[in-house]
Design a protein. Structure first.
Length: 489
């Protein structure tokens, strides 16, 4: 994405609005700190010599972040040196160590997306023993944190051995269950600041488990192309989150999404575009940007719905990112529909205490007919899940999918039975590591809801523990053709 120096000012402006808004709902945040897990990625140069790096890396490395004046509302537990360390392992380790050392002062915790925050908690699950040793000795393990600037920044935070704290963290982490670990380790936490709208919604149960149901605050909506806006009611339920776009961030236009097809025109006429002041309540639109950096009438790919207005400014629900679709024949399954179907199906696992940690899907056309494959990573409970229950899950997903899909399955036989592949624990971490190794940013990474890229499919397939197929066709009632859509390009 092209960007220019001025963008940093606009991003800072948006960040500077977050705490004044939050302060209206949660007072006293100036009396403590935020434990945020923030990361940078290494940089590259384009063949023309321009710097190429993720948007958050450019922001964290800029004077706007590094030289920010002291503000009691934005004091973080992580030293800049730890955030700016290019080795994400050392960075994560140091940030967790500093967060634990300042546990009493922490009033809010977070990361950019929910997945990043959960990754930090998983890291803690793996490394708490080493972290406790460091709290005991008062210094970061020299074999783990080797970067001298990070070591000295951490030493400044730890300020010597703390056997009492080390024992407390050890006791809490050593308990069998990690339920409520966030408030057990950081007892003054008032909320978790992470994005849980869009594809991130599936992490809500995991966050609730680790936090004992702390409020989840989705504060802002942004992208690499442009920062868009903020949630003026950040303590609302995740399902009610809406974002108000800041009209000075870019020139925003909106392409109506047709209810019949669920998408906007592929080659729209400019006269189809609607201005920010003309959007209609309840209507869905694709977001179109003209940015200061040079993108002209650029389709981000996000679908937004007008949820209401703040004065005259529209508030938007994030609906989905378009084109995240499974398609075998003329069926077209988007991210939201898939998510709903999966949510319904996992209910079958509840009696066994098993929960879904992460999922993705793939349209497998190597079989004839092709079929949908779901990859599920589970946290298993006390009772093993019988194969017949997994088969029920397959059928439950199919029953929840659209009429075109079910017709293809039940009548046309153009779609094969849905397959569920249960993958080993840690598979989605491996998938993320793979994406990171190919240049994805740890802050901005989101597990794909649908994988097409062959190496990723292979990675998933190499870690399948067992697989199940839908035992019969889902029901299809003739005459429900109103959802018929053409195959997506
Ligand atoms: P990236 O440029 O990789 O950071 O991705 C930007 C995209 O992330 C946006 O276009 C959205 O699809 C998604 N995204 C960013 N913020 C939010 C949010 N608050 N809620 C839902 N999705 C979001």
């Amino acid at each position: 994405m092209p960007t220019i120096q001025d963008e940093l000012g606009r991003r800072s402006l948006l960040y500077s609005l977050l705490m004044p808004v939050m302060n209206q709902f949660v007072p006293g945040l100036d009396k403590g700190k935020g434990m945020y897990f923030l990361f940078v990625k290494s940089e590259a140069r384009t063949p023309g010599g321009l710097l190429a790096r993720p948007v958050l890396t450019s922001y964290y490395k800029s004077p706007h972040f590094v030289e920010r004046p002291h503000d009691p509302y934005t004091v973080y537990t992580s030293p800049n040196e730890a955030i700016l360390c290019p080795d994400s392992y050392q960075s994560m380790y140091a940030q967790l160590l500093c967060g634990l050392a300042q546990r009493e002062e922490v009033l809010r915790v977070g990361a950019v997306f929910a997945s990043g925050f959960i990754r930090a908690i998983r890291f803690l699950e793996k490394h708490w023993r080493a972290l406790c040793r460091d709290l005991l000795t008062g210094a970061a393990d020299p074999d783990t944190v080797t970067d001298p600037s990070v070591r000295s920044a951490v030493a400044g935070v730890l300020r010597g051995p703390d056997p009492e704290l080390a024992a407390l963290v050890e006791t809490e982490c050593g308990r069998g269950s990690w339920q409520g670990i966030i408030t057990r380790l950081w007892p003054n936490t008032k909320y978790i600041d992470v994005i849980v709208t869009g594809t991130m919604a599936q992490y809500i149960p995991t966050l609730d488990y680790y936090s004992g149901g702390l409020p989840l605050a989705c504060t802002m909506y942004a992208s690499s192309e442009c920062y868009f806006g903020l949630n003026l009611e950040p303590m609302c339920k995740p399902s009610e989150v809406s974002y108000t776009l800041i009209p000075t961030m870019a020139y925003f236009e909106f392409l109506p999404v047709h209810r019949s097809s669920g998408c906007a025109a592929d080659n729209p006429d400019p006269s189809d575009l609607v201005g920010l002041v003309d959007v209609k309540l309840g209507q869905e639109y694709e977001l179109v940007l003209t940015t200061y950096a040079g993108l002209y009438r650029y389709r981000v790919g996000d679908v937004l719905r007008v949820a209401g207005f703040k004065n005259n400014a529209p508030r938007f629900n994030f609906v989905c990112r378009k084109n995240v679709a499974l398609s075998i024949d003329s069926d077209k399954t988007d991210e939201v529909e898939l998510h709903r179907a999966v949510e319904k199906a996992v209910g079958h696992l509840e009696p066994f205490g098993a929960t879904l940690v992460e999922y993705t899907s793939h349209a497998d056309t190597s079989t004839i007919p092709g079929h949908y494959v779901l990859y599920w990573e589970l946290r298993t409970g006390p009772t093993p899940v019988p194969p017949s229950v997994f088969e029920d899950c397959c059928l439950a997903v199919e029953e929840s999918l659209n009429s075109v899909y079910r017709q293809g399955r039940a009548v046309d036989k153009s779609i094969g039975p849905l397959e569920l592949r249960v993958v080993e624990e840690g598979t989605f971490d491996k998938l993320m590591d793979y994406a990171l190794s190919r240049g994805a940013s740890i802050n901005q990474y989101k597990a794909p809801r649908c994988v097409k890229f062959e190496p990723m499919v292979e990675l998933l397939n190499s870690r399948v523990r067992c697989n199940f197929f839908s035992p019969k066709c889902p029901k299809w009632v003739p005459g429900h053709k109103q959802w018929s859509t053409t195959k997506s390009a």
